[in-house]
Design a protein around this ligand. Sequence first.
Ligand SMILES: Nc1ncnc2c1ncn2[C@@H]1O[C@H](COP(=O)(O)OP(=O)(O)OP(=O)(O)O)[C@@H](O)[C@H]1O
Length: 352
Amino acid sequence: MANTAETAAAPGTPVVRLDGVSREYGKASGAFAAVSDLSLDVPRGSFTTLLGPSGCGKTTTLRMIAGFVRPTSGRILLEGADATSTPPEKRNIGMVFQSYALFPHMTLRDNVAFGLRTRRIAKPEVLRRAGEALELVGLSHLADRRPAQLSGGQQQRVALARAVAVRPSVLLLDEPLSNLDARLRVQMRQELLRVQRETGLTAVLVTHDQDEALELSDHLVIMNGGRLEQQGAPREVFPAPANRFVAEFLGYQNFLTVPGHGPVTVRPEHTRLLADGEAAGGDGVLLDAQVRGVTYQGSHCLVEVAAASGDGEATLHCLHPGDDVRPGARVRIALPHRHLVALAGGAGTEDR
Ligand SMILES: Nc1ncnc2c1ncn2[C@@H]1O[C@H](COP(=O)(O)OP(=O)(O)OP(=O)(O)O)[C@@H](O)[C@H]1O
């Protein structure tokens, strides 16, 4: 199935641009911002993910792109044109929701064809495109069934086929995998990625699952409290979280202050636990520590220590290749300079 969105926008124009977008709820005196001054570009052909904890404004952002929610301020550009006031049905957008939102009385074919019929496309073309979309998700053989006769994963594939069939400028995915059980969710990630790659569609996914976001996205947007915290390719963002909030959200656990570096984080695999008298070797920071706990994990142990850092005692988690340390032992922890990730602000969200 070839792409897709019939557009006249110049190459390089982001498919979606949010320009200082805010959405407030409530009366002026007690107004609350679900999204605050958010600016971002969704590159053409990208898989962009809005990642953040519950309530951070991801869904509100997606609904503003779709046109279901109007921004209180700022502009939304679609294909380079101001679409802030354009109604949803005029935006050429495909949506997949957490609840599959299929019509129970219609066959799969009719479900997929529905969006095409409302676009005044000729009947043979509607049937051709619906068939093509069902084939893309591997469900052609079930085209005459009704949604109740399908598993959750299959229903979500139909919802995906329906969204793709209209050849949208942008495919919006609102936690599409969160109703599926853990194993299926992981399988469906690859399915989603394959469909996006094969169609060449631009996709925007909302999720609170960092593994899903890292696996799927080529552009990651991390949000917190209605604001953008950091964005970039997963390979840029993961090794260099900008602040403590992003680091914690991506699973970093070691936070400490190191003289000369300020607030930093370091991954457990980048720490080295030195036995009494063992030379550190190489450059780095050395901290005195006491072992609190040891978790055996087969090829290595995860060792929790209380370390003396620049701002008092810090709890650090260290990956240790041996099984030769016990709780209570006095050790030293070596932290190579090149693996210390400097964090802006230090305290993350509490600073706001
Ligand atoms: N229609 C509304 N009226 C009032 N407050 C709202 C409305 N819609 C969203 N909010 C609030 O705005 C904030 C952001 O909500 P949003 O649904 O965008 O977050 P989210 O990151 O998608 O969270 P979740 O992952 O739980 O869906 C929340 O505090 C929510 O309660």
